[in-house]
Design a protein around this ligand. Structure first.
Ligand code: FE2
Ligand code: FE2
Length: 259
């Protein structure tokens, strides 16, 4: 007999299979014009992202990753399909790095520390951290698309954003299944804490490049906050039928009904 989890995973397997269709390749050979300072900033930032977004080990690497992955046939399929899209992001980013005449990055201190954190805590924690990275990366790719001024790179961002939107929704479904009563205050605070920590790491590494290409101060933090808040609110709405107030602490005192 099919469980709710099987039904949920089958839905996402169908999504990932369908999402392979209608993916026009960015026109990497289109004429290229970009101010030198901007080209260097973008090339550097996207080369680092190429390593982080599917360019390293493209699978779960937590100590219990294999036992999670093999917990069912559907879990294995959906996890592999998710990471197949991550590998595709790395391939697309390689196209952008070549177009920008950038230098590929194969290792950084931040990347090594990130791998260490992923290995250390277990598959559930690793997936939570990867979800945070996906929410923060959505902000990053939106900024690149808005400010790059290059059609093929903007098209690449569009493809990656389409996938990442699916990944964030997949995790939301998964977490709602695992927490049918919603998240308590501490779980929500933990989620925000991890999200802001990931955002701070990204900002330290890429903030300068993003400012160089034209992003205004404050845009990044505002969008990160909106992304995290919208995720928490959607989890609570789906599980409890109630939407937390803007502050997680206020939400604990007075949950709002769904309008
Ligand atoms: Fe990705
Ligand atoms: Fe992703």
């Amino acid at each position: 007999m099919k469980t709710q989890r099987d039904i949920h995973q089958q839905k996402w397997i169908r999504h990932f299979e369908k999402n392979r269709q209608h993916r026009p390749e960015p026109d990497w050979d289109a004429p290229f014009h970009m101010e030198e300072k901007k080209r260097r900033a973008l090339a550097w930032s996207l080369a680092e992202y190429q390593l982080g977004d599917g360019g390293g080990p493209c699978c779960l690497i937590a100590r219990d990753a294999e036992s999670y992955r093999q917990s069912s046939h559907h879990t294995q399929m959906v996890t592999d399909l998710w990471f197949r899209e991550e590998a595709e992001h790395s391939r697309l980013l390689s196209g952008a790095v070549k177009r920008l005449r950038g230098t590929f990055v194969t290792d950084t201190f931040a990347f090594r520390q990130f791998q260490r954190v992923r290995r250390f805590m277990g598959a559930q924690f690793e997936m939570l951290v990867l979800l945070q990275v996906e929410i923060i990366s959505t902000v990053y790719y939106r900024m690149i698309r808005k400010h790059c001024g290059d059609e093929p790179i903007a098209a690449m961002c569009g493809l990656i954003l389409r996938d990442e939107t699916g990944h964030v929704s997949y995790h939301r479904d998964r977490l709602c299944q695992d927490h049918p009563g919603g998240w308590n205050l501490w779980q929500r605070l933990w989620f925000y804490f991890l999200g802001y920590a990931c955002a701070a790491v990204l900002w330290l590494g890429h903030g300068r490049a993003l400012r160089t290409i034209g992003m205004r101060n404050g845009d990044f933090a505002a969008q990160v906050h909106r992304g995290l808040r919208s995720f928490v609110r959607s989890v609570q709405r789906r599980t409890t039928g109630q939407v937390p107030a803007r502050s997680p602490l206020a939400a604990e005192r007075k949950p709002l009904p769904v309008s």
